[in-house]
Design a protein around this ligand. Structure first.
Ligand code: NAD
Length: 420
């Protein structure tokens, strides 16, 4: 087997490939499957001329990558950011292949992005750009081909424009072409809380495996957006004491416990946590090294690196964010005996409920929030148990086990489907 040597650089493609290589070696993945999964199946780059409010036409570059469609249509979000480039989109698409395989939703992996700065654009400009992107992709995506969703700097409004544009082009209302839609356009109840809920289910399962009761655990959460605040709220509801939270303005630490609902109300009212008095101020880097049982990084990538991993005191890390731990920190955490529930498992609650949204769109029948939550919890718990069992079976970290589970699933199906 001649697998490539990957340098220890902090970019998503390298991080992903380093973990993929490790798992592939353990299971002795054959070259045919390895080489197929190393590359995305399809990628499309488009250049989109858009009339700006000042009357000038600006041309934006957009991408959509389908890494694998072996287990079903490609699935993955669309991000708007100046950092978008084709390599990043390829890495994120592959990440989605593993994520969907782990939770067992019948999808492959995809991702899209447009290089733009949405904060500098008017609503009209954003609408024209989004519609231009939807039109350019209208033969590439589809409910049984490739189903996008929101990601960084996109949300319900962008999804609504894409459904509308796609439906106009196809001549029929097609809500199943995209997930993360507003409820009135076929969105699913429970979608907003889904990722945080999945983080909570993983946390609950992990502490039970560790023989701990929730009321003897403390938890630190980095990031207080969608994933961080909802994870904190639901983990608090398990009976765990949340001793620190943070956002872009810094960390807030209170060993006696922070009231998550007070913090959520404060952050909603003020726009962020600046000035929150429920805890004393610490920096985001100090926050990660606090003495606690559970650490939930839920802000952004590369927060735990080979620079600070040795100082982490948590016994359990549940990765709410994508890629919060850089590949070169994995071994340090593992050697310290810290259990890491990896991103591709821990934050898969979002794509799980996206799948339920698509199912409901195809049925034209909509579920109660209680049904969505019950089914999502069941899938997340079962995915956690499978990864945990594989980590014991192969005597590897949960991260490597998660990759093993995903790669084996995709590889088995790929062999069944055959090749030219
Ligand atoms: P968000 O924009 O709602 O929240 C991000 C939070 O992180 C904000 O509170 C922000 O202030 C904080 N933050 C930004 N920079 C920070 C820094 N340097 N230090 C500390 N905090 C900082 O985003 P989100 O949707 O909650 O996503 C968070 C992470 O979870 C991302 O990595 C995202 O890719 C991942 N994720 C999100 C979903 C989802 O359904 N929203 C699903 C899977 C994975």
């Amino acid at each position: 087997m001649s697998h490539s040597t990957i340098e220890n650089k902090l970019n998503p493609l390298d991080s992903m490939m380093k973990r993929f290589d490790e798992a592939a070696k353990i299971i002795g993945l054959d070259d045919a499957v390895y080489n197929t999964l190393k590359y995305p199946a399809k990628s499309l780059t488009v250049h989109l001329p858009v009339m700006m409010d000042n009357g000038k036409v600006e041309v934006f570059e957009g991408h959509r990558v389908q890494h694998s469609t072996t287990l079903g249509p490609a699935k993955g979000g669309i991000r708007y950011s100046m950092d978008v480039d084709i390599d990043e989109v390829k890495a994120l698409a592959a990440w989605m292949t593993w994520k969907t395989a782990i939770v067992g939703v019948p999808y492959g992996g995809g991702k899209g992005g447009i290089k733009c700065d949405p904060k500098k654009m008017s609503k009209g400009e954003l609408e024209r750009l989004t519609r231009a992107y939807a039109a350019a992709l209208s033969d590439f995506i589809g409910p049984d081909k490739d189903i996008p969703a929101p990601d960084m700097n996109t949300g319900g409004q962008e999804m609504a424009w894409i459904v509308d544009e796609y439906s106009k082009i196809k001549g029929e209302f097609t809500p199943a072409v995209i997930t993360g839609k507003p409820i009135s356009m076929g969105g699913s109840l429970g979608r907003v809380e889904a990722t945080g809920r999945g983080v909570m289910v993983c946390t609950r399962s992990a502490i039970a495996k560790m023989g701990l009761r929730p009321d003897e655990c403390t938890c630190v959460v980095q990031g207080f957006g969608n994933v961080g605040s909802i994870s904190a709220k639901l983990i608090e509801m398990l009976g765990v004491k949340i001793i620190a939270i943070s956002d872009i303005t810094g960390g807030y630490y209170n060993p006696n416990g922070i009231s998550v609902s007070d913090a959520m109300n404060y952050s909603q009212e003020k726009g962020n946590l600046e000035g929150f008095t429920g805890g004393s101020k610490v920096s985001n880097s100090e926050l990660l090294e606090l003495d606690c049982t559970i650490l939930v990084p839920a802000a952004m990538e590369d927060q735990i690196t080979d620079k600070n991993a040795a100082n982490i005191k948590a016994k359990l890390i549940v990765e709410g964010a994508n890629g919060p731990t850089s590949a070169n920190a994995d071994k340090i955490l593992n050697d310290k005996g810290i259990i890491v529930v990896p991103d591709i498992l821990a934050n898969a609650g979002g794509v799980t409920v996206s799948y339920f949204e698509w199912v409901q769109n195809k049925m034209g029948y909509y579920w109660t929030e209680e049904r969505v939550n019950r089914r999502a919890d069941r899938l997340m718990k079962s995915a956690f148990d499978t990864v945990f069992e594989n980590s014991n079976k192969f005597n590897v970290s949960m991260r490597t086990a998660a990759y093993i589970v995903a790669i084996e699933k995709v590889a088995t199906t790929q062999r069944l489907r055959g090749t030219y």
